[in-house]
Every structure is written in C-alpha cells, then in structure tokens.
Design a protein around this ligand. Structure first.
Ligand SMILES: Cc1ncc(COP(=O)(O)O)c(C=O)c1O
Length: 445
C-alpha cells in the first residue's frame, strides 16, 4: 500500500491545479461513519461531509449493497433512451417527499451544476421568458451556465454573459444596504420589486427567481425567517417561478427533508444534488410537469440518471428517512450551535456563529467592531484543526467563514470532540503557532 507521502507526491505530479481547492494535504484511504482514515492509518473526525455530500457518513452499508446489487444486474443502464427500475422508483420517491402532487416530474443529471444549468434552460424554454433573477453570493455551480447565474466573488472572475440579474441577499450580519440589519428582508425585496423589476428585468420578461434558503458557499448566510415566505409571495404577485436550490442543504441537513419546509411554502422547482447520490454523481430537478415536460427533447447527458447512481440515490433517501436524519440534524444542529457559541464566543475574532441544523458557519473577523473579514484566521484555524484531527473547510464571500457541514449521523460525543478541537485550533492561531509557510500550499477559496 502506498503511504501518504507517496500519494501526495503523485498528486502534485499528476493532478491538475485547475480542479484543486485544498485546505490541507488530507489523503483519504478509507472511512468509518464520520471518521476518515488516511493511508498511514491516522484517523480524523469529519465536519465537512466533503462539501455536504456525505449525509450518511462515508461507509453506509445500504448504499454499498444497493450499488453492488445493481452492478451485478448490469454495469450500465440509462434513462435517456431506456427505462430502469431504480430511476423510476427514485423519481417516485422524490415526488412523494416533495408533496406527492400528481403533476410533478423528475429530471436527472450528474452534478448540481448541470441541474442548475438545465433548470435555467428548461424554464426559459417552457415560459418563453428569457430572464431570471438570482442573488449576490449565490452559488449554483461550475459549468459555464451555472457559473453565469451564480454571483460568488471567488469565481466571478471566470464568468461570462448571463441571463440572470443578481439581487441583494438579506445578510443580517453584513446588511447590503447598511443599517442594523433589522429590515434587511424588506430592503432587499423592495429593491428587487421596485428597482430591478422596474428597470432591467421586468416581470413580463422574467421567468423565475433562483434562491438558496441559506447561502452556503458565501459563508452560511441564513436569511431572516420572513425572507423565503415573502419571496414566494413576491413571485406569486408577478407570476414568476420560485426555484429552490437545495443541492447543498436538501435531504435533511437543515432539520427538514427539504429546506423550504421550514417556511411553509412550496417552490415550483426544487434542485437536488451532492448528497442525493450517496457519494455517486447524481443530481435532480423535481418540479411542475408543465415546466419540466414543456420543452421535451434533450436536456441531459448520455450518462444522466444511470442505474447505479439512481440505486445509490434510492438507498440514500430511504436511509435518511429510516434513520430519521432530518429530525436528528435539527436536534444536533441546535446542540452544535450552542456548543460553538460557548466554546468560541469569548474570542474577539469570532464575529458570528450562525446556521440551521447541521450547517453552521463561524465568521472570522479582525475584531468585532470593524467586522473586517479575517481570511488568514480561517485558513490557519482550519489547517490547525486538521493537524489536530478534524476536517473542515472555509468559504464565504471573503474566504473568512469556517463551514461546518458534518455527516448527519454525528453523535453528541463527536460534536463535543470537534468543537473542542476548533477551540484549541483558535487558541493556537491566536498564540501564533501556525506559520504562513505551513498554509502556503493550501489556497482554499
Ligand atoms: C447550492 C449549490 N448549488 C449548486 C452547486 C453545484 O454543485 P456541484 O459542484 O456538485 O456541481 C453547489 C456546489 O457547491 C452548491 O453549493
């Protein structure tokens, strides 16, 4: 078996930097639940789920069995030009979970990015309206089409023309219109309705609003509770579709199966990905038949909805329900947030701790008064945490928010263990124990 050192050397020699967003030199050899084990046998607790893919941890037996059984029947079957059991049964299940209305359809892709791009294209074709609205800070993917409708500073430099107008998102910690943040929902929606709709994106030309109910990659920005219901009402007033991108937080992470269920609304279109395939590449659009059937024809890849991924998806969703992971994520998420506030609240560089369920962000600042983003602290604390045995990442508009998206199967003892490591890593950072040189190879975001 190769060692960590040998694998890291080959990685540097052969794997393109174009696909690397690295925070440390973590090698993954195997896993047990929420623990990763590297090639030298060292164990790490995982608070990332690899960007929220591993809701079930990394070694779920039901997912393994489903993929093995499907591969024993056929190594490949597709849905583009065939029909197969896991594909239609997973679709039936997703429709049932999303409200069970008869007039819903499911589209499959291979990644969140292709699903967002396809949703945009299908919606434009179905409505005949060519514009959409998305939000500053949104992250919908890294294909050209999905990147074009996103608005994250980390990737803006790469992108290109778009049919999307980007509206301000109600960030109460950093209110886009200044002030205390108390009126941030009203300010943002007012700007959308009375400025954007009146100027560059009139409702007569606007098909949909795409929204994340918590902007994860922009730093776990959780809008005030009235934002999503008011956005739904605004869409209804102007005859726009509401598209919820639940790729990162859907399937239980927020404490409900789908994040919009916290707000008593229904989207017209729901987009899923990441955790859906239980580790295999799978994304889905679940939504109104009159939209998803309208354009007909080909909006997918040859490999979309392949049987092994759908089998993994069906097993994943079934396990999430069977283990009641949404409820557990709600309970444990409240505990995690409380423990984080207790353990980190005393540090002046911790500006905010926020989130919902098992997605929590720690926003690091130079000091609480100026709120100047502290990217160096995020990079060094995340690196030090890894040295101490905890895997997590940082993200955010200014790269200054530590993102915690642990597997939903985490135990309370594991939460305590991870929080203790984060507190120690923060102390070590403040004592100057982490050199610039140590983190230099890891640019993160
Ligand atoms: C909310 C959201 N939408 C879409 C995507 C794109 O998904 P993927 O990178 O799996 O294609 C991401 C990825 O981070 C995401 O967080």
């Amino acid at each position: 078996m190769p060692t960590n050192k040998q694998l890291i050397e080959k990685d540097a020699r052969y794997i393109a930097k174009a696909m690397k967003v690295r925070y440390n030199p973590m090698v993954v050899d195997r896993a047990e639940g929420a623990r990763l084990v590297d090639a030298d046998g060292r164990r790490y607790l995982d608070f990332s789920s690899y960007w929220s893919i591993g809701h079930l941890g990394f070694d779920n037996q039901a997912v393994r069995r489903a993929v093995r059984d499907q591969m024993a029947r056929t190594t490949f079957a597709g849905l583009v030009s065939n029909v197969h059991q896991p594909g239609v049964e997973l679709a039936e299940k997703l429709v049932e979970l999303a409200g069970g209305r008869k007039d819903m359809r499911v589209w499959y892709g291979l990644s969140g990015s292709d699903a967002c791009e396809a949703a945009n294209r299908i919606i434009v074709a179905a409505t005949g309206k060519r514009r959409i609205v998305t939000f500053v800070g949104s992250w919908h993917g890294t294909s050209d089409g999905s990147m074009a409708i996103s608005a994250s500073p980390a990737f803006n430099r790469y992108m290109f023309a778009s049919n999307a107008t980007k509206a301000p998102y109600p960030n109460a910690y950093r209110p886009p219109f200044g002030g205390s943040g108390r009126n941030v929902t009203v300010q943002c929606l007012d700007y959308l309705e009375n400025y954007i709709f009146e100027t560059i994106s009139p409702p007569s030309e606007t098909a949909a609003v795409f929204v994340e109910t918590i902007q994860a990659d922009s730093g776990e920005v959780l809008p005030p509770p009235d934002f999503i219901p008011k956005l739904r009402a605004l869409c209804d007033r102007h005859n726009l579709l509401l598209v919820v991108d639940d790729i990162k937080v859907g399937l239980g992470r927020t404490g409900k199966m789908f994040s919009y269920q916290h707000y008593g609304i229904e989207p017209d279109i729901l987009i899923l990905g990441k955790s859906l395939g239980g580790g295999l590449p799978l994304s889905a659009i679940v939504g109104r038949a009159d939209i998803l059937d309208a354009p007909g024809g080909f909006h997918g890849f040859t490999n979309s909805g392949n049987a092994a991924c759908c089998a993994a998806g069906l097993a994943t969703v079934t396990e999430i329900e069977r283990q009641r992971l949404p409820e557990r994520a709600g309970r444990n998420g409240r505990y995690l947030q409380r423990r984080l506030k207790e353990a980190l609240g005393g540090f002046d560089i911790v500006g905010d701790v926020r989130g919902i369920g098992m997605i929590q962000g720690i926003e690091l600042v130079q000091d609480r008064k100026t709120k100047k983003p502290n990217r160096e602290a995020a990079a060094k604390i995340v690196f030090r945490a890894w040295e101490l045995g905890l895997v997590c990442y940082y993200a955010g508009m200014w790269g200054s928010v530590i993102e915690l998206t642990p597997p939903l199967i985490l135990t309370r003892a594991e939460i305590d263990e991870g929080v203790d490591i984060l507190a120690r890593a923060t102390r070590d950072y403040l004592e100057g124990d982490i050199s610039d040189k140590a983190i230099a190879p890891y640019a993160g975001w």
